[in-house]
Design a protein. Sequence first.
Length: 89
Amino acid sequence: MEGIERLALGSFAGVISDIRMPGSVNGSEVHDWIRVHRPELQQRMILMSGDTANSKTQALLANSGIPFIEKPFRLEQLISMVESTFGKP
């Protein structure tokens, strides 16, 4: 929830979110919030998860088209995905 609160107030180059998080908000809900409230960030979002066998995770990835990186990943993989999704600094 804190992430969404920050997204509502700040300026960001992009968003990286885990799909399954403890608490009341998950990555799918973050994506839905961005689509409605910050649509300019919709094309600059990366999802991550270590639980790709979960049917909800599979459905989100199949239906959203959001770039995805599977945990565990190497730092170089994340940097490459950030550069291709958000643009190079």
